[in-house]
Design a protein around this ligand. Sequence first.
Ligand code: KG4
Ligand code: ZN
Length: 325
Amino acid sequence: MSRILGIETSCDETGVAVVEDGRHILANKLASQASEHALFGGVVPEIASRRHTEVISQLTGEVLAECGDNIDAVAATYGPGLMGSLLVGVNFAKAFAYARKLPYVPVHHLEGHVFSVFLTDEPPAFPFLTLIVSGGHTCLVACRKPHEYELLGATRDDAVGESFDKVARLLELPYPGGPSIQKAAESGDPEAFMFPRGMGSDDSLDFSYSGLKTAVLYALRQENGWNVADIAASFQAAAIDLLLIKVKRALKETRLPALVAAGGVAANRLLRERLTAEIGEPVHVPPLSLCVDNGAMIAAAGASRWAHGYTAGLSSSACATIPLT
Ligand code: KG4
Ligand code: ZN
């Protein structure tokens, strides 16, 4: 039996959790800074790292008070993400590990998203295909064995979550853009505008989202008295359609037997509905609270890394940009 403390501070959420055996959440707390960054229309890195510093000790104390403080190892996101924010979590985790003579396990943020699926009631067995869709990443990864990944395709420019955030700004909807656009789209016509599906007809498994954002900008310039709901619905339809096109192609090409969707954009209702309705293979999508950044997914990935013997010394640091593969 293992009990892993997981710490996530790569962006604007401070996440702390304890997970047992990589499968069961014993305590999971999140301090979101979204409302503060919303004032600026996006994440302000300096504010993000300061807030992590202010709340991380207390949040950890609350988590340990809830589930008891016998911990076997400490895992933290070491990258990719905002350097100042990552350093808060990494240094806190290392200090905690040093003080209690515990192993320290660095975890790649995207591996955390992949492992969020093992916190669900019916996780997939390896191998499977993972669609990782977040504010910073859009990629398709073949997960053949634990900790062995093959990058099949990725965005050439903006991430899909980033395009939701940028288009929300154009539409003067609040940050974070994903939930705002989803809400606005509820009363809109997804066929009102035919926005491009960037790289949708090309043979690769790569994505492009910058053209979609520009198309929305041009539509706004041309329209007089534009209807926010119609633009949001048409944008969302195009953004999600491109994900479906590439997922279907990847499953066909790789013949992987199951699909996992993870990351903040996997909270999107249209994406979840379309994956369930249109993909023949079993589809695994974590609940909304585990799609957005959280400490439990880092603890789950850390548990598996620890079991496979991956630990690091206290001289290991954070890394703002680092590929999963
Ligand atoms: O995984 P995440 O919490 O942080 C990163 O690793 O980036 O993802 C955040 C992203 C943001 O771009 C946010 O707008 C998007 O996920 N997002 C959504 C939804 N909820 C969050 N995008 C579309 N629909 C949603 N319901
Ligand atoms: Zn994330």
